[in-house]
Design a protein around this ligand. Structure first.
Ligand code: PLP
Length: 390
């Protein structure tokens, strides 16, 4: 992060240059291309002798402002913004890997990222080896001569486990691997993986960065030489973020700190309530001292995030019954919204996995994931309480 300004200040004050109208809020630049002064300006722009906007698939003032803010927040040199979190993940891997390269990844990654590893990257002879959350000491044995990337998310989805980013950073350095962290659950406000040795950080901006369930977006930030490769790949293959979504997301970053503070405060209270309820098992929230990786969470995160996982006693049916009794909270596939969202992974997002595969990523039959929102926390807790029954 910038030494001169604190997080909240740069979130609010980072902006592109004003136009001749001296507008206070950044305008929306809905333009697919930009004009040149003359032939020489056009030549020099294409030759990259000057930094300027040419075409909005490459750069646009709104996407540049959004990227610059995320870079400052993450302490990154450079970045590129994408239409979705998944286009950020895919383009980052596609830009940096060659056929025959190998990835070592945490098994607990976002569902579509796992599908990319298992169904699509093998088409280019790129294979992935996995380590489980409690197998960080096995990572070194998975590394091969052709391993190029070490990949992880922390906190994980949906089980809210924590991986030690410092340890991952040390392994990546020792074996000269690129460490790439999907920092979506933490946001740039709660955790900065570059400090622990990450080369690149990816966000699905769809989640807490937008924070209001409106737009899709993604961003990759980190080492300038790697971002240059990602930029060249993306400018030619077309996964760019739209100017409108960039404008929304750039505004959203202005309120990220206050929103996430409140999300975390509500989530902690929800976690405490669930921990003391007789119909629940195994409440997992990174900043509850009972969390298995509590010390690591405290070391690398500012607060515990907005996601709480817990188990309803009674297995799959009890989990489904709990969802059916929910009144205020939403049953929805998103997270990081102002609205509290409750999901039951075993019967929905992860229903196609075998029970053994589910258990590998900590998804027990009764596991419920709550993305705690910004409603009054008493109302959230009342809803959960009536849904848990007696
Ligand atoms: C949602 C999510 C993604 C994918 O983001 P989209 O914007 O939905 O494409 C990637 N990683 C994590 C951890 C996510 O939660």
């Amino acid at each position: 992060m910038n030494d001169q300004e604190n997080f909240e200040t740069l979130a609010v004050r980072t902006q592109i240059e004003r136009t001749q109208f001296l507008e206070h809020s950044t305008p929306l630049y809905l333009t697919s291309s930009f004009v040149f002064e003359d032939a020489e300006d056009m030549r020099a722009s294409f030759a990259e002798e000057k930094q300027r906007n040419i075409y909005s698939r490459f750069t646009n003032p709104n996407t540049s402002e959004f990227v610059e803010k995320v870079c400052k927040m993450e302490g990154a040199e450079s970045g590129y913004a994408f239409a979705t979190g998944m286009s950020a993940v895919f383009s980052t891997f596609a830009a940096l890997l060659n056929a025959g390269d190998h990835i070592v990844s945490s098994r607990s990654v976002f569902g579509s990222t796992h599908s990319m590893f298992t169904k699509f990257l093998p088409k280019w002879n790129i294979e992935t080896s996995y380590f489980k959350i409690n197998e960080v000491d096995k990572i070194e044995s998975l590394i091969q001569p052709n391993t190029k990337i070490l990949y992880a998310e922390s906190p994980t989805n949906p089980a809210v486990d924590i991986l030690d980013l410092e340890v991952l950073g040390q392994i990546a350095k020792k074996y000269n691997l690129l460490l790439i962290i999907d920092n979506c659950f933490a946001t740039p406000y709660l955790q900065n993986p570059i400090k622990f040795g990450a080369d690149l950080v990816i966000h699905s901006a769809t989640k807490l960065i937008d924070g209001q369930g409106r737009v899709l977006g993604g961003v990759t930030v980190g080492r300038a030489d790697l971002i240059r490769e990602i930029y060249l790949f993306s400018r030619n293959t077309g996964p760019a973020l739209s100017p409108f979504n960039a404008w929304v997301l750039s505004k959203s970053l202005e309120t990220l700190a206050v929103r996430v503070d409140k999300h975390c405060d509500n989530a902690f209270k929800v976690a405490k309530f669930l921990e003391n309820h007789k119909s629940t098992n195994l409440v997992k929230y990174p900043f509850l001292p009972s969390h298995p990786q509590y010390q690591i969470a405290k070391k690398q995160m500012k607060l515990g995030g907005n996601v709480v996982a817990f188990e309803v006693k009674g297995g799959i049916q009890a989990g489904r019954d709990f969802l059916n009794r929910i009144r205020l909270c939403s049953l929805s596939a998103n997270l990081g919204d102002t609205r509290t969202i409750v999901t039951h992974p075993a019967s929905t997002t992860h229903s196609k996995l075998s029970e053994a595969d589910r258990l590998e990523t900590g998804i027990t039959d009764g596991l419920v994931r709550i993305s705690v929102g910004l409603e009054n926390v008493d109302d959230i807790i009342n809803d959960l309480e009536q849904a848990l029954g007696n």
